[in-house]
Design a protein around this ligand. Structure first.
Ligand SMILES: C[S@@+](CC[C@H](N)C(=O)[O-])C[C@H]1O[C@@H](n2cnc3c(N)ncnc32)[C@H](O)[C@@H]1O
Length: 281
């Protein structure tokens, strides 16, 4: 008979907990998307403080609303700490409130992360993850396995997906920019600063807006540049960074991993800033 020590027992339980946490993690993303589609954060924000389930239900305003389903959804969202549940002594039913997570689901605010939540949970973006095994076994990206084209080609032929992706990156960048600006003194740069793969130009426009002595160049693929708004002090240039990049005094790369490509290099004399989350090579 084998003897299981308390320590081994804990390790088994923790292993199972991690297994199921990871297995069910997709459900949290789906619940977050569901909250976004039903505008639950917007409904709560529209009131002065925490609100009841029936007030959320009224805000959704559907004649065939599945109230039991909504109640279960709110329990899951509270369990995942996406929304807060508030209990007031004089009331029996719980109230629901925004917290530091769900405030980002409120749409049409400067700090909204609704666009990235919408894009990331979109089946168009998510389907390739189900083909990761093919990508690893056979080579080629998961997007190529799923759609027969690379993800950037897919966006270049699908204006809706292009917009959805560009909006998602812009929303992420907007909330990151305070940290980016405080992590480096962009004011010490001179001349032109070029953002490689700069999306629709949110980052470079904020930098140039703060340091107007800099001239900004926002460089990205033509289909991205064609939907970029104009900003004072920023020139948009479309192209392929693996072919040629316009000249500039300094370069920045944010949330992009081109360095593994041997064709990609900058003039040794320029300042190059890498910003964002990079996976180690
Ligand atoms: C993850 S997004 C980052 C966007 C932006 N830097 C930001 O932080 O919001 C990567 C960007 O790289 C651009 N990109 C990808 N391949 C490129 C290429 N070969 N040449 C130019 N831009 C490219 C994409 O179009 C996209 O806008």
């Amino acid at each position: 008979m084998s003897t299981i020590t308390r320590k081994e027992d804990d390790a088994v339980i923790q292993g199972q907990a991690r297994f199921f946490d990871n297995l069910y993690s997709g459900i949290s993303g789906a619940a977050l998307r569901c909250a976004l589609e039903l505008n639950i954060a917007g409904i709560i924000k529209g009131h002065d403080g925490p609100i009841t389930l029936s007030q959320i239900a009224q805000g959704i305003s559907s004649p065939t609303l599945n109230v039991e389903g909504l109640s279960r959804l709110m329990r899951l969202l509270v369990l995942k700490q996406i929304f807060d549940e508030v209990h007031q002594p004089e009331r029996e039913e719980p109230l629901y409130a925004l917290n530091q997570c769900s405030k980002y689901l409120v749409q049409d605010t400067r700090d909204t992360l609704a666009p990235i939540a919408r894009f990331f949970t979109d089946p168009l973006n998510f389907s390739p993850f189900y083909n990761l095994n093919l990508s690893i076994k056979e080579g080629g990206t998961a997007a190529l396995k799923t759609y027969g084209v690379e993800v950037w080609d897919l966006f270049s032929h699908n204006p809706q997906a292009n917009k959805s992706f560009n909006d998602s990156m812009a929303s992420l960048t907007r909330i990151n920019m305070d940290a980016v600006m405080s992590s480096y003194d962009f004011g010490s740069l001179e001349g032109t600063l070029l953002d490689v793969g700069g999306g629709v130009g949110v980052a470079i426009s904020e930098i140039v807006n703060t340091y107007p002595h800099l001239k900004g160049i926002n460089f990205d693929m033509p289909h991205v540049i064609s939907s970029a708004p104009s900003y004072e002090g920023v020139t948009h240039v479309g192209g392929d960074m693996f072919t040629t990049i316009p000249r500039a005094d300094s370069f920045m790369i944010k949330e992009l991993m081109p360095l593994s490509n041997p064709h990609f290099s900058f003039a040794a004399t320029s300042t190059t800033l890498l910003l964002g989350a990079f996976l180690g090579e």
